[in-house]
Design a protein around this ligand. Structure first.
Ligand code: B12
Ligand code: SF4
Length: 521
């Protein structure tokens, strides 16, 4: 096989940026898969350059001038940047492939701009496509392995790529690890609701942890498992067998149902410093939060007690809430969240507005059938832009309640209470910084601007009301400003997408029953 020059770009951010938060933290949000793919490509003797794009790098200088194949890992919010980059590198003669959340959620759209669009990705698939390394245009090949890989290269194999990424994190350095893929739960809004739970080998986990101890005095590890600790004892045993107590600080996303007091005590003993449980809703998903059939204020009480218990052992707790689910109606869901914060001042609330990311979740099909998904440009689709028309709120009412809740959450009083409730220095100050940054003050400003435009900007409101699909000037101007030099590389029409593509592709598949998920679609 010809030796290829392969570039791999991990888009940790969606546009060039000089922001201080990004400078300090962005590299810590790097994904594991780009490092994995880099390792698999090197195994085949290719020359690999991996760039974790934090918004500051000059991508043209960072990759070799003559690059044969470019992989881009992208979230949907970075999709437009990825499309521009693909265009740019194709122009220079490269073949391009996209993988990661955007490719899994919007494969039909991504095919227009990439030669390969990858879903589940394993070593065999990567080796096949770099052997093929051919242009597939105008529509790229949509390929997927049958399932997630059963084994990933360990930290020692990925070390070269981890190390170069961590060099970009000046103070706090966090190494991403993963102990399982998929999830046994079935929350219908989630990308993993239909992906079978698949634990990875604990021997490999132990090796990774031991390796890190040989590299850092006190490593910090973020578990990227969608739901950490499903096989709780197995994970804890592995940590206890490889890490002397307190030598590694861990961060993990886990469900409340796994966080009993007994488990939390063990997590504390094993160095878990931050937990991010999902609460999601006061009216649904009781199984996930161990609140059974409880709803409303009753659930708030139970969850608050539970989170306060966790805070006795673990200094940093971020509670994840979804705003705008169909079960929510009137002022109650918002008021209940405020009550929860009052009763649980030590927790940092992270709000995600309900976003139906293409074909991520079964629930999205229902939203598309009901024609409730709006074609917001990908660039604004993260957790701060709801792209589903709320079932029980008008847009102005929704934003009024959202602004009120956000103001309450990041009011000086609440920031002070949170500060006083946290025992340790880093969590105390991290909460203050987050409250004054884009997550707190930044969001209040953004939501207030949207609310204002809903009454002052007629074309903007018509878009929200689905009277037009014309992207409002406000978004176009902001995206152009954000993308800077990359705007000129954005392919024609890339700013628009069909929000019902998932439904259409399901219907097509049903009528012909011949379009395979694996192979050329
Ligand atoms: C861990 C995690 C994080 C971590 C780590 C992020 C990271 N850079 O990887 C943190 C907390 C930092 C994070 C932040 C955010 N996240 Co997040 N996160 C997750 C989570 C829980 C697990 C993802 C994971 O690592 N899985 C394990 C890997 C191995 O599996 P996988 O992602 O499915 O990858 C497979 C394929 O996609 C492919 N693949 C993956 N990457 C690549 C790359 C290439 C080049 C190729 C070829 C293939 C490939 O191979 C894998 C094996 O089959 C998912 C939810 C979930 N349940 O999956 C959300 C999720 C990915 N996050 C999401 C979002 C929206 C965000 C934020 C934008 C939220 C925000 N505004 O803060 C930020 C963006 C951060 C950024 N740009 O880096 C969405 C993405 C939706 C979308 N289409 O964009 C998800 C799906 C949750 C959701 N809302 O449904 N997240
Ligand atoms: S528990 Fe978390 S990862 Fe699992 S399906 Fe529900 S939201 Fe997704």
């Amino acid at each position: 096989m010809r030796k290829l020059s392969i570039g791999i770009i991990d888009l940790v951010t969606k546009a060039p940026s000089k922001a201080m938060w990004g400078r300090v933290m962005a590299a810590n949000f790097a994904s594991i898969m780009p490092q994995v793919i880099a390792t698999w490509c090197e195994e085949k003797g290719h020359e690999v350059t991996l760039v974790t794009y934090t918004g500051r790098e000059n991508l043209l200088e960072a990759l070799p001038e003559k690059v044969d194949f470019v992989f881009i890992g992208s979230f949907t919010e970075a999709a437009l940047l990825s499309y521009a980059l693909s265009n740019l590198f194709r122009e220079r003669g490269a073949v391009t492939a996209i993988g990661g959340p955007h490719a899994r959620c919007y494969p039909q759209d991504a095919r227009k701009y990439f030669d390969y669009v990858l879903g589940f990705t394993d070593k065999k698939l990567i080796h096949e496509i770099i052997a093929d390394c051919d242009q597939h245009r105008p529509l790229g090949l949509r390929l997927s392995a049958a399932q997630h890989p059963v084994r990933l290269p360990g930290v020692s194999e990925r070390w070269k790529f981890i190390e170069q990424t961590l060099r970009k994190a000046p103070f706090i350095k966090i190494v991403p690890l993963i102990g399982s893929l998929g999830c046994p739960y079935t929350c219908d809004f989630c990308i993993d609701s239909s992906v079978p739970y698949q634990p990875l080998d604990t021997e490999a986990m132990k090796e990774d942890l031991r390796f890190l101890l040989s590299k850092f005095k006190r490593p910090r590890v973020a578990w990227h498992d969608p739901n950490f600790g499903v096989r709780f004892d197995r994970c804890m045993d592995a940590i206890e067998e490889s890490v002397p107590p307190g030598r590694i600080d861990f961060i993990a996303e886990s469900t409340l149902s796994l966080l009993s007091e007994k488990h939390v005590k063990r997590l504390k003993q094993n160095g878990f410093k931050a937990l991010l449980p999902g609460i999601e809703s006061w009216f649904n998903l009781g199984k996930k939060s161990r609140t059974g059939k409880q709803t409303g204020i009753e659930k708030v009480g139970t969850v608050s007690e539970h989170v306060n218990m966790i805070l006795k052992y673990v200094p940093y707790v971020q509670t994840n809430h979804i705003i705008g689910l169909d079960g929510d109606e009137g002022p109650e869901p918002f008021e209940l969240t405020k009550r929860f914060l009052d009763w649980t001042p030590g927790a940092f609330p992270a709000y995600s507005l309900l976003s139906a990311f293409g074909q991520a979740a079964p629930l999205n099909l229902k939203f598309q059938q009901d024609n409730r998904v709006l074609p917001f440009p990908f660039h604004v689709l993260s957790n701060t832009q709801m792209n589903v028309k709320p079932r029980h709120y008008s847009w102005p009412e929704f934003y009024d309640r959202l602004i009120d809740l956000t103001k309450h959450s990041f009011s000086r009083r609440m920031i002070l209470r949170r500060f006083m409730a946290n025992g340790e220095t880093i969590p105390k100050w991290l909460n203050v910084v987050r409250a004054f940054s884009s997550e707190g003050s930044g969001r209040i400003k953004h939501f207030t601007e949207i609310r204002k435009r809903l009454v002052t900007d007629r074309p903007f409101r018509r878009f929200f009301e689905q009277e037009t699909t014309e992207i409002p000037r406000y978004f176009v101007d902001n995206i152009r400003k954000d993308l800077g030099e990359f705007w000129d590389w954005l392919p024609n029409g890339a700013i628009r997408h069909d929000p019902n593509e998932y439904l259409l592709s399901e219907e097509r598949e049903c009528s012909s029953c011949t379009i395979p998920e694996t192979g050329a679609a």
